[in-house]
Design a binder for this molecule. Structure first.
Ligand SMILES: [Zn+2]
Ligand SMILES: [Zn+2]
Ligand SMILES: [Zn+2]
Length: 254
């Protein structure tokens, strides 16, 4: 199984429009962060988790020629705003795109992309097949995916575990039942927004405490704000088994 970080930035991305801080002006490519998303390749399948506003650029950068399914963590715009561009895959693959999400997420997609679900078919619209999921493990083309329910302030969000890879973005609380589901995970991806506390995301200190509790072999931090600091500087502060993710980073997992 191979995972590519398509984007590792918070909702505004990094650099932030108009910002002149040192992170936003950094020349280090690791300080340029598209909105958070990953690409998963497993058993000749190609999955994307979330389609934020940078989806098109991410597909072009990573030269992703096929998508078999899209999994949604939640319906915030920084995770859904690029969905219209699945049209490219509708055309190439000559099929509707299977989308997986909880009932509230699927409802929100039908509001935001009402034209894609209109009774009267208009040529050229994105074509989506909605698959409702809940807390239970579900198969995507034969690959078992285990949802990891977490809280994002008051909003329930799903992380996903496939094999020994676990992915949690947009959370500031992991309930005990989900901690059980994380047991034995080798690779953990966790959100770490900034240094100061935040109402709906783990900050760096909280993410490190969670990583220490979950004890994955390797933890990667994502959904990063310009307020966290320069990639190179923050990296020096982290324990050996924790790293900041960056756009384009590829990792292997079992
Ligand atoms: Zn987000
Ligand atoms: Zn900045
Ligand atoms: Zn969110």
């Amino acid at each position: 199984m191979r995972v590519t970080f398509l984007g590792t930035g918070t909702s505004q991305g990094v650099p932030v429009i108009g910002c002149t801080c040192e992170v936003c002006q950094s020349l280090d490519f690791r300080d340029k962060r598209f909105r958070t998303s990953i690409h998963i390749e497993i058993n000749n399948q190609s999955f994307v988790v979330d389609t934020g506003p940078d989806f098109r650029q991410q597909m072009l950068r990573e030269r992703i020629k096929r998508i078999d399914a899209i999994l949604f963590t939640h319906a915030h715009r920084d995770h859904t705003a690029g969905l219209d561009d699945v049209r490219a895959y509708n055309y190439m693959q000559e099929m509707d795109m299977p989308v997986y999400g909880t009932q509230p997420v699927l409802e929100q997609l039908q509001v935001e992309y009402a034209y894609a679900f209109a009774k009267e078919y208009y040529p050229g619209i994105p074509r989506l097949t909605l698959n409702q999921i809940d807390g239970k493990t579900f198969p995507v083309n034969g690959v078992p995916v285990t949802p990891l329910p977490v809280m994002h302030f008051k909003l329930p969000v799903l992380g996903f575990r496939i094999g020994n890879f676990s992915y949690i973005t947009d959370a500031n609380f992991i309930p005990d039942e989900t901690m059980e589901k994380l047991r034995g995970t080798e690779i953990l991806v966790l959100n770490a927004l900034q240094r100061t506390e935040h109402i709906s995301h783990f900050n760096l200190q909280q993410a490190l405490a969670m990583a220490d509790q979950i004890q994955a072999t390797q933890t990667y931090l994502t959904h990063i704000s310009h307020k966290l600091g320069m990639h190179a500087d923050v990296t020096k502060e982290l324990p050996d088994n924790v790293a900041l993710a960056f756009d384009g980073l590829q990792i292997s997992s079992s």
